[in-house]
Design a protein around this ligand. Structure first.
Ligand SMILES: [Zn+2]
Length: 121
């Protein structure tokens, strides 16, 4: 095994799972054998373990129920928008397609009026 092992093995190891807990799965034993001789993976396990310990000391913050209601409302609002508006996001106002259509109409009308004027004169 090299350092390209399954991240789940590393996560499980940091969470305290050992090869003796999964005797039938040889991946855990192979990971631990690799870990014993790999400074890079040992440093990664040490970093993740310290992060895990630091995170366990943080206060638990439970978001207020109205926050979830607002998130759900926002998702519903996004789903109701036409596909092109969802693709463009909030960058353009809903009036942009109407403005583009009006501009094209003016350009085409101007083109034909110019041609008509040239024929008449
Ligand atoms: Zn390694």
């Amino acid at each position: 095994m090299n350092c390209e092992h399954d991240d789940d093995l590393l996560d499980d190891y940091v969470d305290g799972v050992r090869a003796t807990d999964h005797v039938s799965d040889g991946r855990f034993a192979a990971f631990e054998q690799h870990l014993a001789g790999c400074v890079r993976c040992q440093a990664l396990v040490a970093d993740l373990t310290s992060i895990r310990l630091a995170a366990s000391t943080l206060d638990e913050h439970i978001p207020p129920p109205r926050l979830w209601a607002r998130i759900a409302s926002s998702v519903d609002e996004q789903q109701r928008r036409p596909w092109w508006q969802r693709q463009l996001g909030a960058t353009f106002s809903p009036w942009v397609p109407a403005a583009v259509a009006a501009s094209i109409t003016v350009l085409v009308s101007d083109f034909f009026l110019t041609k008509l004027f040239m024929i008449v004169t």
